[in-house]
Write a protein that binds this ligand. Structure first.
Ligand code: CIR
Length: 288
């Protein structure tokens, strides 16, 4: 049996985001279609506004033209339990995104920052699913076993399980060369995993459930990309009915006990970006 629902690991005080550089339009990795930059900026503004409405102090990093993907801050650091782990981004073009992030985490947020020393390790934050009780790490084109080990040793208080992505999903994504575990599943409540209905994603979920230390419920949505939601402070930020009507319906039917906030995110999806990608959520117990 489960204990009482524990919300504490889904309460946050701060969020780090990064403004969108112009270079995103032409040079973001894995672009699948032409980006409407003004529309992307509007979507990002709405996203930041939502984070503020959720009650977060939002720290905005300036756009970094040299790093077209810098808007996807989730990949460069994992913050949990008051500690930050700076990652080793799996794509060479993104490695130096950690430089800005280190500075903010240390100097502005005054968090202890752990660096990965293993030269062979690669780790993208998008592959790290924290359930509030344990970690799952997707082994992907961006994240390797050594990266998963680095995560495990940075947060020894939590169990950490590496999960191999299934072949079909790998094939699907090798094209874009960007599979992140969290693109396909995220937490949509304490002990509740939101996941797409496609067989390949369900296959990954099965492995997670089998290896998990704790029990989880699931909410299944028809559009697997829209299973990526931000759950924070009792709010659920999800893809809009305009982007994914069928999935938005599921959220309204099954998750209306949270305050639902809907978000258009088409221009970020074009570069394999999802809702969680664009922020790092932090809980500071002590006020700055
Ligand atoms: C990349 O390929 O790195 C970016 N275009 C997309 C990163 C998405 N991040 C994420 O899923 N956490």
């Amino acid at each position: 049996t489960q204990g009482p629902v524990d919300m504490s690991n889904f309460r946050y005080t701060h969020a780090i985001v990064c403004r969108l550089p112009d270079s995103y339009k032409s040079s973001a990795l894995g672009l699948s279609g032409p980006v409407d930059l003004p529309k992307a900026r509007k979507q990002h503004e709405m996203y930041v506004a939502s984070l503020r409405e959720i009650g977060l102090d939002v720290i905005e990093l300036p756009a970094d033209e040299k790093h077209p993907d810098c808007v996807f801050v989730e990949d460069v650091a994992i913050v949990c339990n008051g500690t930050a782990l700076l990652t080793k981004p799996g794509h060479p073009d993104r490695k130096n995104e950690v430089v800005y992030m280190r500075e903010i985490l240390k100097n502005e947020l005054e968090l202890p920052v752990i660096e990965i020393t293993d030269k062979n390790a690669t780790l993208d934050g998008g592959d790290v699913l924290f359930t509030g009780k344990e970690f799952f790490v997707g082994l992907s084109s961006r994240t390797n076993q050594a990266g998963a080990c680095a995560l495990a040793s940075a947060f020894p208080e939590f169990h950490c399980t590496p999960i191999k992505a299934s072949l079909s999903v790998m094939l699907l994504y090798t094209v874009e060369n960007s599979l992140h575990l969290k693109t396909a599943m995220t937490m949509c409540g304490p002990d509740v995993i939101c996941v797409g209905s496609t067989p390949s994603v369900q296959n990954i979920l099965k492995r997670i459930v089998k290896e998990a230390m704790f029990k989880y419920q699931t909410v299944t949505v028809p559009d697997w990309v829209a299973a990526n939601v931000v759950f924070a402070n009792g709010f659920l930020l999800h893809r809009s009915a305009e982007d994914y009507p069928e999935t938005a319906k599921v959220f309204e039917e099954k998750l209306s006990h949270w305050t639902l906030k809907s978000q258009d995110f088409s221009e970020f999806e074009k570069a394999n970006g999802s809702l969680t990608c664009c922020s790092i959520l932090i809980r500071k117990t002590r006020h700055l």
